[in-house]
Design a protein around this ligand. Structure first.
Ligand code: FE2
Length: 385
């Protein structure tokens, strides 16, 4: 790692409240502010919102419960148009990454006269745009969006994944209450958990990594890798849910500094063309990228393998293969056509600027072919193809 970079940068200015029962703080954090609560219809139906405000004052609270998975430019702008006259002083997001990212986009769009595309393209415009404070209450353990200054925006017309990025959309507070994840179905539990694990790996094998971010990401990996198989068999175990929530939070802090890298870059066409769950789409590339990055390792990956309890990098790669196999991903991925031909056809779209170039080893088009080939082989072994 280069010594010309700062060894530390203030990573998260978000006030984080963590622990089972911490969600009870929400009414107190809102105070008397006029608040827009952003969530999904399902979260409301399951009673999560009522439980959060049990006995608390909901007098200045208005509800937007129309968040869709992987929301688009049109979803954000259409929603904001309906809400523009609300004069909100705070936005609360209760849900997964898509909900928190929607709240972040609303926090900008409810004030701004500019389009979301313009704000994404022009960082100076974002700097001069006022935002509404966001309080994030994640109900999944994976996106880390509660502590990142990014919001994912899907452009289905252009078949592109975009990112709104600015310190001003970093949430004011995050309440990470693992008890809220107890009712998360297995598919979302595993997909979001693998997203958190992907964030942590991508933060380590990243051009922007520093000793501090690597230490944080390694901590996230220790928590996530030791818990994800267990959470599948014991979803009601609050200690395991807590470990997953912490892995997600800590992984989010790591990528808020480094951003993600090639696994995310390669995953986007799988999500935009086929609808593959984000965490699954990222994680299937991890073993092949680990192998690719092992060539010319500057020592950080060998250290990571040792820190995670493995003798060397090949042992860590075998472990990753076995973990993905133990999670029975074929159950969730068999409905998608991830055949070698289909994956190869997407190679040209897998290099996303500002993500692929973060990888510690430069990735050329031929390298994408190799990574896709190795990934296809693994998918065949896992009987996903
Ligand atoms: Fe992610």
């Amino acid at each position: 790692m280069s010594t010309s970079k700062p060894i530390w940068q203030q990573l998260a200015k978000t006030k984080v409240y963590f622990g089972a029962g911490s969600a009870k703080r929400l009414p107190e954090l809102l105070g008397s502010r006029k608040t827009l609560l952003v969530t999904t219809r399902g979260t409301v139906t399951r009673g999560t919102i009522d439980a959060l405000f049990e006995g608390g004052n909901t007098g200045r609270l208005e509800l937007f419960d129309q968040v869709k998975p992987n929301p688009s430019l049109d979803d954000f702008e259409g929603g904001a148009l309906e809400l523009r006259d609300g004069d909100y002083e705070c936005i609360v997001a209760v849900g997964g990454g898509s909900v928190i990212d929607t709240a972040k986009c609303f926090s900008v769009l409810l004030y701004s006269v500019n389009s979301l595309s313009d704000l994404i393209d022009d960082s100076d415009l974002m700097l001069s745009t006022k935002t509404i404070p966001v309080i994030a209450v994640p109900t999944t353990s994976g996106s880390g969006s509660e502590v990142t200054p990014f919001a994912t925006v899907w452009d289905y017309a252009q078949k592109k994944k975009l990112s709104l990025a600015a310190d001003s959309i970093l949430p004011e507070s995050a309440i990470v209450d693992p008890a809220l994840t107890l009712s998360l179905p297995l598919r979302e539990t595993l997909s979001s958990g693998l997203d958190a694990i992907s964030h942590a790996f991508e933060s380590v094998w990243n051009m922007n990594a520093t000793p501090a971010t690597t230490a944080i990401a390694t901590h996230a990996l220790k928590l996530g890798l030791s818990s994800i198989a267990e959470v599948a068999t014991r979803p009601d175990d609050l200690d395991i849910r807590s470990a997953m929530s912490k892995a997600s939070l800590v992984g989010g802090i790591a990528i808020s500094h480094t951003r993600t890298a090639f696994a995310h870059s390669a995953s986007y066409p799988l999500t935009i063309h086929f609808g593959v769950d984000h965490g699954f789409a990222c994680s299937i590339f991890l073993p092949a990228i680990l192998k690719f990055n092992s060539v010319g390792d500057d020592g950080r990956l060998s250290k990571l393998a040792n820190d995670l309890g493995h003798r060397d990098l090949p042992a860590l790669r075998r472990y990753l293969d076995e973990l993905l196999s133990a999670l029975n991903l074929q159950k969730f991925l068999s409905s998608f056509d991830l055949s070698p031909n289909r994956l190869s056809a997407l190679e040209g779209e897998m290099i996303t600027p500002l993500r692929a170039d973060n990888n510690m080893r430069k990735i050329k088009p031929d390298d994408v072919k190799t990574i896709v080939f190795d990934t296809s082989e693994m998918l065949q072994r896992l009987q996903i193809r």
